[in-house]
Design a protein around this ligand. Structure first.
Ligand SMILES: [Mg+2]
Length: 254
């Protein structure tokens, strides 16, 4: 993944706003992955379950854990503490779990056994936003960075994202968002970032975006209904990214 943007970088579009206003403002758009961009059809949780069994010796460790919106390290910590509460001795290295998880994730996705899909409207919306040089697209996800790459490459949408904050950076999602903003700001330089907008599908995306000082657009395409998301007061709610025009209007208001 690129971590810096050189001054001589070719503008995305010839004659773009970047040419006209190289010192102008830039907006960071920070996308969640599961339930926002893709539905892995259970491949992600199955891969984590298999890895936890391989490395930690506990079967079906996540059946009573609601993973939505949690970071990968927090999911593992929760599974370890639940196993210990039930009297199991669990002592495993999370790096080993991640390594096994990535192998299982690739296998699960390649096998075609899971109904993986890029969610409706996602590719079209990313295409449009990516073409506007005032927007810089990144990730703010609880997935470890390599897991994020695998999940998005499978749907051919990884190339849209120039930077990110990940579960492998921090277990606390607020810090994940802050890390994404920091990396995005470095990438955008010398242009100034005036705004960071998280796009996610769970109350946790909303809460932690706010804590990190970002705006937040909630999409009801994942694990939570529009009504549930509304209780957490996001700046905008969409049924899915098929409503890309509403997102575009919101972002254009600056
Ligand atoms: Mg999500």
């Amino acid at each position: 993944m690129r971590t810096e943007k050189g001054k001589n970088q070719t503008p995305i579009l010839s004659g773009s706003k970047q040419d006209q206003n190289p010192g102008g403002m830039m907006q960071l758009l920070l996308f969640d992955i599961d339930g926002t961009l893709v539905d892995t059809g259970g491949a992600g949780s199955r891969a984590m379950t298999l890895a936890f069994h391989d490395i930690c010796g506990v079967e079906d460790a996540f059946s009573s854990i609601s993973m939505a919106g949690m970071t990968d390290p927090t999911i593992l910590e929760e599974a370890v503490s639940m196993a210990r509460e039930s009297g199991r001795h669990v002592d495993c290295n999370f790096e080993d779990v991640y390594s096994s998880y990535l192998d299982h994730l690739q296998n699960e996705l390649r096998s075609g056994a899971n109904p993986y899909r890029v969610l409706p409207g996602v590719t079209e919306t990313l295409d449009e936003l990516h073409e506007d040089p005032d927007f810089l697209l990144g990730l703010a996800t609880g997935n470890i960075a390599e897991g994020a790459r695998v999940k998005l490459e499978h749907g051919n949408i990884y190339h849209y994202f120039k930077f990110g904050g990940y579960g492998s950076d921090h277990g606390n999602r607020t810090h994940v968002v802050k890390r994404a903003v920091k990396r995005g700001s470095e990438y955008a330089a010398p242009r100034d970032v005036t705004r960071a907008v998280v796009i996610g599908d769970t109350p946790r995306d909303i809460i932690h975006a706010r804590e990190a000082g970002a705006e937040v657009v909630a999409v009801a395409s994942g694990f939570h209904s529009r009504e549930v998301l509304a209780e957490f007061n996001p700046d905008l709610i969409l049924d899915s990214l098929e409503e890309g025009h509403a997102l575009w209007e919101y972002l254009s208001r600056g």
